[in-house]
Design a protein. Structure first.
Length: 486
């Protein structure tokens, strides 16, 4: 880019750059004060970039940094004459008598570099804006994403002293103690799940996974009804699979306990209309925000999520589902690489906004190919692109309905799997893992706590084992036939 872009000289401070380099060569500890603030490209003059690069390499090797060592390093790099020879290095060190102001000067150099980056990027965005081959929405997303990355990349990272962090941790313990229910995050409204998780925690990425027909959407809508509907906590759902109307119809079925088929056909009886009239007013005031953008990109999600948090105070975000997202504007060698970036971005978003992010996820067909009842229970390796997703997630929850596979009773005969689902916590960075049994009302698209009568048959942390003899052969055959259409 021209030094006189837009009729102005590019932002620079060559004399201050020399002062920084000189200070680095007279104080062995000075580099530690600026190493996370400056990079070779932070310097405007090319020869100053080369000198700083030599200082970087010496510091990385824990070698002394002074006029002689820097001169020798530049010679080995083949750049000594290019920077002006030994006399230029000697001149740099003679310019300063102390390194006392190095951090102040380094900040000036960093700010000038950021200004040059901004000017360059504005020029690039301007060209793309005039170019009709670019989608303007993609340009806007790229602009916002890059500006955020620039601000983060040029921000000096500060460390934290342990003492105040201990006080913050103690405050959280006191808060949890004061709460008799032990819920320190956002309650799911599902008692046994809250007992194991203490609620959905801020900055956590939670993956909720299952094969088709296991009830992922039903689980998501049950959480939405409990959190936004009952507790009036603002939350957002990004639905990449269903339209906002389809999702709302299912939410009405969930909240009003009306068979989804009746809602679709309009064949409601008197009791249905009464429940609809009673519950609909609650849903109308629920602070639930639905976005049904197809092929949502991570940049677009970040933009919308920030706006929702800022303008509507959203406390939890849910995505349905992860594998339908894209990382537009970039090219990847494989879908696994793209999903890896998406997964990291979701975790980064949770940390940035300091709210829980819940993402639904599909499982691969490994479950279907395994034989035996225990083989049907999902495991971490069944996650599509499992390496990245498993690594980034703070919690991984699987949804599993034994009844779907024809498993009707546990091996000990104590658990009736009819209308039941297992919520399996397979990874939990902040707590234990285990299996929770819940009521599954498929006709209402709804998960519920086990009622009092069936509570004895709903173990809080372990599901029963089942054997081949307990699988209904007729239902299993029907399932196998249906599965052939995948």
């Amino acid at each position: 880019m021209s030094d006189f872009a837009y009729g102005h000289v590019m932002p620079q401070a060559p004399e201050i750059e020399k002062a920084v380099l000189g200070a680095l060569m007279i104080d062995k500890d000075a580099y530690l004060e600026v190493c996370d603030l400056l990079r070779p490209e932070s310097f405007y003059e090319p020869r100053n970039q080369m000198v700083y690069e030599a200082i970087q390499l010496l510091s990385a090797d824990e070698s002394p940094v002074d006029v002689l060592t820097v001169t020798d390093k530049l010679g080995k790099m083949g750049k000594l004459e290019e920077v002006g020879g030994p006399s230029y290095i000697a001149d740099l060190s003679s310019r300063v008598a102390t390194s006392a102001s190095i951090e102040y000067h380094a900040n000036i150099v960093a700010e000038k570099f950021l200004a040059r980056q901004m000017i360059h990027y504005v020029s690039v965005i301007g060209k793309k804006t005039f170019d009709e081959t670019y989608d303007i929405k993609d340009v806007v997303q790229e602009a916002e994403s890059t500006l955020f990355e620039l601000s983060q990349r040029n921000m000096k990272k500060e460390y934290s002293v342990l003492s105040p962090i201990v006080d913050k941790a103690l405050d959280l313990v006191k808060l949890a103690h004061a709460n008799q229910g032990g819920i320190t995050g956002i309650s799911s409204g599902l008692n046994k799940l809250d007992e194991m998780t203490c609620g959905w925690q801020n900055s956590d990425l939670v993956i909720i996974a299952g094969r088709p027909a296991m009830g992922k959407t039903a689980f998501a809508l049950s959480l939405a009804k409990n959190i936004a509907g009952d507790q009036k906590i603002p939350m957002a759902i990004f639905s990449l699979e269903m339209s906002d109307v389809q999702l709302t119809n299912r939410l009405i079925s969930n909240a009003c306990k009306i068979d989804g088929k009746k809602l679709l056909s309009g064949q409601l009886d008197k009791q249905d209309w009464l429940r609809l009239d009673k519950k609909l007013d609650i849903l109308k005031v629920a602070p639930l925000y639905i976005d049904d953008t197809e092929s949502l990109s991570v940049m677009e999600l970040r933009t919308k999520a920030r706006r929702l948090v800022k303008e509507h105070g959203v406390k939890l975000i849910m995505i349905d589902y992860l594998q339908l997202m894209t990382a537009s504007g970039m090219r990847y060698n494989s879908r696994q690489e793209e999903v890896s970036l998406i997964s990291r971005s979701l975790k980064g978003l949770a940390k940035e906004l300091n709210i829980p992010v819940l993402a639904l996820s599909q499982l691969n067909r490994g479950v279907e190919s395994r034989v035996g009842p225990e083989g049907k229970r999902p495991q971490l390796s069944d996650l599509r692109e499992s390496g990245a997703i498993e690594q980034d997630a703070d919690m991984v929850i699987f949804l599993h309905r034994p009844e779907y596979y024809g498993i009707l009773m546990s091996s000990d005969g104590l658990i009736d799997y009819k209308d039941k689902a297992e919520v399996i916590i397979s990874k939990h960075r902040k707590g234990g893992t285990g299996i929770i049994m819940m009521e599954f009302k498929g006709e209402y698209t709804r998960f519920e706590n086990c009622d009092d009568q069936s509570m004895a048959n709903c173990p809080p942390t372990e599901g029963g084992l089942y054997s081949e003899e307990e699988i209904d052969p007729f239902k299993l055959a029907a399932i196998d036939g249906y599965r052939g259409g995948y």
